[in-house]
Design a protein around this ligand. Structure first.
Ligand code: AMP
Length: 459
């Protein structure tokens, strides 16, 4: 998964981009980068690690002067995790300097790469995003045509920000798998993966970039906005609401917090026969679902974990001792809250099952009496090809075990998954049809053609 941001027509473009990236940090902790243009020659600075460690005042103010900027944070668990794949990717081609930052997964990457290699293209990265740069460099016509023609050749998931001189471009694939929003701060437009990044830097969310839309912005004005491909059907990723996006973001037109509260309310309906002393979340994503559950069930909401915010998602465990301590280091149960209690424990999802198993063990160590474990999504049975870094099927616990087998493995008194119907209801505005989401991770039904040649890389 990744997070992207673009800022234009602003003297503080790089500072705002870095603040935006800090807000999108949950979408990727592996590397971060910013490209600037509009003042001096286009420049990119990127490095491995967290945004706050990479971008200090010296770098932002002295090394990255510009009136337009794009930025990227990257997350992957793959072995291809290295600086070479950190984005944005800046190139110099027949059209001048162009830089691109991408969130998603281009599923026909191997086929296009093969075609480009035969034409003599040279590849520097192992990332799918690089093919877009080649396609752009080989296209002819106006900037709008170059981008549109290149995007028409791609399949899969791609929310993009592109920078050329003072022009900021935002674009979304025809299915709209990954979010991308348009915002404004004074005379500057912002494009971002999530609305929270627009708001944190003092801007206002305007609207979503539409599936299939390319929007071109320059000097504080929208120069052009058009559909490069007419979408047949929107397929926005429902897992954004379950896990990935920040709770204060508006994703696909709905506040994530609101969706998560509703997930909890529906879970409470599904579990109306369960009696418990308290309901408590696994921080942070389980928080609002537990709140919704508590309101709907009248079971007391309690915070029974302390989370160590210094242990990030990409926490590296150099020794076995530290690996064994990971669960305890990240989350520690508060004994006084859980001791002797029958609890409803709410988390967002089970992927491999290892995190939940460890959490349940440490809750038992401090004397919890009974655990009813509830998840705010259905069992994950299929891998994602559209940019969520889910492991292959053999590592997905729900793909290989029944709910009863998982309950026994986790050693809990009951195990409940939110049904897909209820998840869709929780994430839908009443005016929307139910078919606007991609839920392939729960159903195995992919909205685009998937074969053994389909590319799946983590981004
Ligand atoms: P596990 O079942 O041990 O693989 O971990 C599941 C937990 O990891 C969930 O409760 C989420 O909080 C988190 N999670 C879910 N999906 C992802 C993902 N694609 N990348 C990283 N963490 C995830």
């Amino acid at each position: 998964m990744c997070g992207i941001i673009g800022v234009e027509n602003n003297e503080n473009a790089s500072v705002l981009a870095s603040a935006g990236l800090l807000t999108l940090q949950h979408r990727g902790e592996e590397s971060a980068g910013i490209t600037v243009s509009g003042k001096e020659k286009m420049k990119t600075f990127k490095s491995m690690g967290l945004v706050s460690r990479i971008f200090n005042d010296e770098i932002l103010l002295n090394k990255l002067p510009g009136t337009a900027a794009i930025g990227h944070v990257r997350y992957t668990t793959s072995s291809k995790s290295s600086l070479i794949n950190a984005q944005p990717f800046q190139i110099n081609c027949i059209h001048g300097n162009i830089s691109v930052a991408h969130n998603g997964n281009i599923t026909n990457f191997p086929q296009i790469k093969e075609m480009l290699l035969k034409k003599g293209a040279i590849f520097n990265h192992t990332s799918d995003t690089e093919i877009l740069l080649h396609l752009i460099a080989m296209s002819k016509g106006s900037l709008a045509n170059i981008v549109a023609n290149s995007m028409r050749k791609l399949e899969g998931a791609f929310s993009l920000v592109i920078l050329k001189d003072r022009t900021l471009i935002g674009a979304r694939d025809e299915n709209g798998f990954r979010p991308l929003v348009l915002g404004k701060i004074a005379n500057s437009y912002i494009i971002s993966s999530e609305s929270s990044a627009v708001e944190v830097i003092g801007g206002k969310y305007i609207r979503d970039i539409k599936p299939g839309e390319i929007i071109m912005i320059e000097n504080g004005r929208i120069k052009k906005s058009f559909l490069y491909k007419k979408p047949k059907k929107q397929n926005t990723c429902i897992f954004e609401q379950v896990y990935f996006s920040r709770s204060d973001s508006i994703v696909f037109g709905q506040t994530v917090k609101e969706a998560r509260v509703k997930m909890g309310e529906y879970l409470a309906q599904q579990m109306k026969n369960i009696k418990a002393d308290i309901v408590m979340p696994v921080p942070d994503t389980g928080y609002f679902a537990a709140l919704g559950f508590s309101r709907a069930s009248n079971i007391l909401f309690e915070n029974g974990f302390v989370r160590n915010h210094y242990v990030g998602r990409s926490f590296i465990k150099p020794s076995q001792t530290l690996r064994d301590l990971t669960a305890s280091l990240k989350l520690r149960p508060i004994k006084e809250v859980v001791y002797g209690k029958e609890i409803v424990l709410i988390d967002d999802s089970i992927v491999r099952g290892t995190t939940s198993k460890r959490l349940i063990n440490i809750l038992k160590e401090v004397g919890v009496k009974k655990i009813h474990f509830a998840l705010s999504c259905p069992p994950i049975i299929s891998s994602c090809y559209y940019g969520i870094d889910t492991p292959s099927k053999e590592h997905l616990i729900a793909a290989n075990n029944s709910i009863e087998e998982m309950r026994k493995y986790l050693s809990v008194d009951s195990l409940t998954f939110l049904t897909l119907d209820n998840l869709v209801k929780a994430c839908s505005f009443s005016s929307k049809k139910d078919d606007v989401f991609c839920a392939a991770c729960f159903t195995g039904k992919y909205p685009t053609k998937i074969s053994k040649n389909t590319y799946k890389e983590d981004c």
